[in-house]
Design a protein around this ligand. Structure first.
Ligand SMILES: Nc1nc2c(ncn2[C@@H]2O[C@@H]3COP(=O)(O)O[C@H]4[C@@H](O)[C@H](n5cnc6c(=O)[nH]c(N)nc65)O[C@@H]4COP(=O)(O)O[C@H]3[C@H]2O)c(=O)[nH]1
Length: 934
């Protein structure tokens, strides 16, 4: 700028200095006149505007103001002149002389006094450009920080947030914009207790960046945090890595699984690299080949003598993408070999080539296959040799395989059998087509002990026992039937025979007790809603006599004839059974109750009272029948039998050849009988028995000749029980043997004492039951008693019943002979009630016949009775036997007996049975009794 020195004094110097300063100034300095034209300019104008100071003089400011800013310039001028005479830092774009536009910051002052405008201007083009660039950069950075996936925040050294992007805000639940300037812990209080804070502090203090992973509990997620220190604080980036961690964990597990699989695989596994060096082997490979892992690793597989395939063809195939499956023998370290199946495949890993070989040891499989072959061979041999028929059939029943035994069993050659179907081979075969055995999965798979009937080629039937199995697919559809069968035709016949034997009486062929029970039960079941059934127990009255008289064979003939007759009488719906011995049972429906039953019973008795010819003799066997009716008498089968049995005994007791219906009182009687039986057992040991004696009188001289010992039972509760009530029970139970032994000893002992007391012989007669007589030692017992008591044998008479005599005639006869040899006397009791005839008695050494009371106990005089007794006595005498009449109750009878020359008598008319002391008085009064004589 040109300066004018106005005076040589200090003022001029100052002006010179100012002028120099102005010219040296870097800013543009100009003075404009009131019209806006340049009056002066400093040297900086050249650099800033391209105009020298002189060139500007006279120019209007709008000559250098950018045309776009002329308005601004005018407004500025106006404002300076009228409003604010001083204004600074107004940015205005100017056009340089060379046309370039520059931005200038103007400071202006209007001086009214001088009517001048003083301007300074500084080029701020670059500054403006730099600021713009900075703004752009900041905008770009902010955008970037917002758009990056990471959350980001920065704090200054005072831990105040200087920046936070949206993600960071969201992370702690605040608006990122509002967080700026606030303390970090105020915005994110959860940080205080997290592991992150100490690391931020350390990064701040050490100025060292840090990266770490952190579990952010408030959000339950893993984050990765990167911390960068900067000039004033730290910047923190973080982002969620839960998915990554999960993926890593999954990968780790998967790798672990793979490693486990690899190591625990049943097969040997080797991984070989492209140079055929072993890079990995599993445990099984080490174990199988006998090498340690280290010995494998790194060594070329071709060098190790393992028998591994390494040929070019194999490699070429693998490299062409074809996995190889090879069958070869492998070599182990110890020199042993094993057959193996080797599967090799190729794979790339990060550009490197590898081969994976899976070596399956086939030793076990081959061994198993060999065993299977051998087993199949053995099976075939067994099937060929087995005596059981063997077949395999397809689901449609077609035979697929058979063995020679089946050919033999069926009579067909193999080829013919293989052309048959099950339903053609078998008459009945439950599984003729397997579909019928259940097509679904619920059909049987095992056929056990199934009976079937096979049709022989010649037409006859063979029973077989079939055992087999049905092979099924997974959904249960039958695939085949395999089975073995054995011929059970013989067994079936035996079974049916056994069944017959088990249910029928062998002699008569009638149903036995078991089948009777079954059939009666069926009858009762059929009557569940009405109807009646009669059960009749039938006992032949004279079977025993026939049996004993004519022998067992004739007895059997009689029983068969009885069976035939009974069968003939009954209806087909009825049943007749034999229980054993001479006991039969008839059971039948009786719609009209007792009346119908009575008609049946009459018919039964009718056919049994008609003579039966046995061994050339006509025999009338007769029967006693007990009838029980369902439902009125008994509701169960057992009770029906029991009540019918009871009624039958009653019928027998009532005089035979009759029937009796059951009556409830009969049960009472049988219950009494049972009670007696129970108390009879201990009676002997308890000393409840005593003997009474009934005197026997000789009719010729009416003198006492002896007495009959009669047992009495003094029952502790029932008082005196009659022998008629308990002797039969004692016989049935066998107690009679012991009781009889006691009676014999007691009678002999007492009689011997009486003899000693009165000094004369006393005869005693003792009853002996059939059971006693059947004892082999009976004779010895009598001998011993006589010896022990000292009773003379001739003073003892044994009374035997007719039935006892005919039990076993041969044995009885020889025993009686032995008894006779002892010197004792033998009498037949109750003569006339049984079947025996005098002629028949001649076979036994009998001394006395005791005529039953039913013959002599007559109320009316009857000539024919006398004649009968007379004839009987005469005949007995002719056979050398004495006759003793029993049960003489009246003088008339006594007279009759005496007239008939009967030898002796006893009875209430003469004397009742009495105690020993009473007997003593009688003996004493009677004088010397004679010995019992014939
Ligand atoms: N109505 C009537 N009865 C008369 C008369 N005179 C005697 N009696 C009875 O007739 C039965 C005669 O004996 P039994 O025929 O041997 O018949 C005996 C005998 O078979 C048996 N018995 C008695 N004691 C024994 C014994 O010690 N052993 C054996 N095995 N049986 C005995 O018991 C049966 C009955 O004996 P008891 O009741 O003592 O009955 C006795 C006797 O008391 C009379 O005038 N009228």
């Amino acid at each position: 700028m040109n300066t004018t020195v106005s005076s040589p004094d200090g003022t001029a110097l100052l002006a010179a200095e100012n002028s120099a300063l102005i010219d040296n100034a870097l800013d543009l300095m100009v003075v404009l006149d009131a019209n806006g034209r340049f009056q002066r300019a400093n040297a900086a104008s050249r650099a800033l505007l391209g105009y020298g100071p002189d060139e500007l003089i006279g120019l209007h400011y709008n000559d250098i103001v950018h045309p776009d800013q002329h308005g601004l310039a005018l407004a500025l001028e106006a404002s300076l002149r009228k409003v604010h005479p001083e204004q600074s830092n107004v940015a205005v774009r100017l056009r340089r002389k060379d046309g370039r536009v520059v931005l200038m910051s103007l400071s202006a002052r209007w001086s009214d006094q001088h009517q001048r405008m003083f301007l300074t201007a500084r080029d701020i083009t670059e500054q403006q450009q730099a600021r713009r660039a900075l703004q752009r950069s900041e905008a770009a950075l902010g955008g970037m920080l917002e758009s990056i996936g990471d959350a980001f925040f920065a704090v200054d050294s005072a831990w105040r947030i200087t920046y936070a992007n949206r993600k960071a805000g969201e992370f702690v639940g605040v608006n990122a914009g509002t967080a700026i300037g606030r303390p970090l812990l105020e915005v994110a209080p959860d940080l205080e207790h997290s592991e992150a804070l100490p690391r931020y502090v350390r990064a701040m203090e050490t100025r060292q960046p840090d990266t770490f992973e952190l579990y952010w509990a408030p959000h339950a997620l893993w984050i990765e945090v990167r911390v960068y220190p900067n000039d004033d604080g730290i910047s923190v980036y973080f982002h969620g890595i839960s998915a990554k961690r999960e993926a890593e964990q999954a990968l780790r597990k998967s790798e672990q699984r793979f490693r486990n699989l690899f190591n625990q695989a049943g097969d040997s596994v080797m991984i070989v690299d492209g140079a055929l060096r072993i890079v990995s082997v599993n445990d099984q490979a080490c174990t199988r080949f006998g090498y340690a892992r280290d010995e494998f690793l790194g060594r070329p597989v071709t060098e190790m003598n393992l028998g591994m395939p390494g040929g070019h063809a194999v490699l070429a195939g693998l490299r062409a993408g074809q996995p190889q499956l090879l069958r070869m023998d492998k070599l182990c370290r110890d020199g042993s070999t094993f057959p193996a199946e080797v599967q090799i495949s190729r794979f790339d890993d990060e550009g490197e080539e590898f081969f994976l070989a899976v070596i399956r040891d086939l030793s076990d499989r081959e061994h198993a296959e060999r065993q299977l072959r051998e087993s199949e061979q053995r099976f075939r041999e067994v099937i060929e040799m087995t005596p059981a028929g063997y077949l395999v059939a397809s689901p449609d029943g077609a035979l697929r395989d058979v063995n020679p035994a089946l050919c033999a069993l069926s009579g067909y050659p193999r080829e013919m059998l293989l052309a048959l179907r099950l339903h053609e081979l078998f008459v009945s075969f439950p599984l003729a087509t397997l579909g019928e055995g259940g097509n679904g999965g619920d059909g049987p798979s095992v056929v056990q002990d199934m009976e079937a009937v096979l049709r022989h080629r010649n037409g006859f039937h063979i029973h077989v026992l079939f055992n087999g199995s049905i092979k099924r697919s997974e959904d249960g559809t039958p695939l085949s039937l395999t089975g073995l069968m054995t011929d059970i035709t013989g067994r079936k016949a035996a079974e049916s025979r056994l069944q017959q034997l088990a249910t029928h009486d062998t002699l008569t062929g009638l149903p036995n007790r078991a089948l009777l029970g079954e059939r009666v039960q069926q009858m009762l079941d059929a009557c569940a809603y009405g109807g009646a059934v009669a059960v009749m127990f039938l006992d032949l009255d004279r079977f025993k006599e026939v049996n004993d008289s004519f022998g067992h064979e004739m007895g059997d003939v009689l029983l068969c004839e009885v069976a035939t007759r009974l069968r003939r009488v009954i209806r087909p719906t009825d049943i007749v059974a034999r229980l054993g011995g001479d006991e039969f049972v008839v059971a039948g429906y009786c719609a009209t109750g007792q009346a119908a039953a009575a008609r049946i019973a009459d018919k039964l008795l009718g056919v049994l009272t008609a003579p039966i010819t046995v061994g050339g003799h006509d025999v009338i066997v007769g029967a006693s029948i007990g009838i029980s009716m369902f439902p009125q008498d008994a509701q169960t089968r057992e009770m029906l039998f029991q009540t019918a049995d009871t009624a039958m005994y009653r019928a027998k007791g009532a005089g035979r050849n009759r029937y009796r219906f059951f009556e409830p009182e009969m049960t009472v009687a049988s219950q009494v009988r049972m009670a007696l039986e129970v108390s009879l057992r201990p009676a002997l040991a308890r000393g409840e028995f005593e003997l009474h004696y009934q005197p026997r009188i000789e009719l010729a001289g009416m003198a006492l000749v002896g007495m009959e010992a009669l047992i009495r039972w003094n029952h502790p509760e029932r008082g005196r029980v009659s022998p008629q009530q308990f002797i039969a029970i004692a016989e049935e139970t066998g107690l009679i043997v012991d009781i009889g032994r006691w009676v014999l000893l007691e009678a002999c002992t007492r009689t011997r004492r009486l003899m000693d007391e009165f000094g004369r012989p006393v005869a005693v007669s003792v009853n002996v039951s059939a059971r006693q007589l059947a004892q082999p030692a009976f004779v010895d017992e009598v001998r011993t008693v006589l010896a022990r008591t000292g009773l003379p044998p001739e003073c003892l008479e044994l009374e035997l019943t007719e039935s006892a005599l005919i039990e076993d005639i041969e044995h009885t006869a020889s025993m009686l002979r032995e008894l006779k040899r002892l010197g004792i006397s033998l009498a037949v009791d109750d003569f006339g009630t049984g079947f025996s005839s005098l002629a028949y008695l001649r076979r036994f050494p009998i001394d006395v016949l005791k005529l039953d009371r039913s013959f002599v106990l007559q109320q009316d005089q009857d000539v024919s009775t006398f004649d009968f007794i007379k004839a009987f006595v005469d005949m007995a005498h002719a056979l050398n036997m004495a006759v003793v009449a029993e049960g003489v109750e009246t003088g008339e009878v006594l007279d009759l007996l005496r007239a008939a020359r009967c030898d002796q008598a006893q009875g209430y008319y003469l004397a009742r049975p009495m105690t020993l002391s009473e007997l003593r008085s009688v003996i004493e009064a009677s004088g010397a009794p004679k010995a019992v004589t014939r």
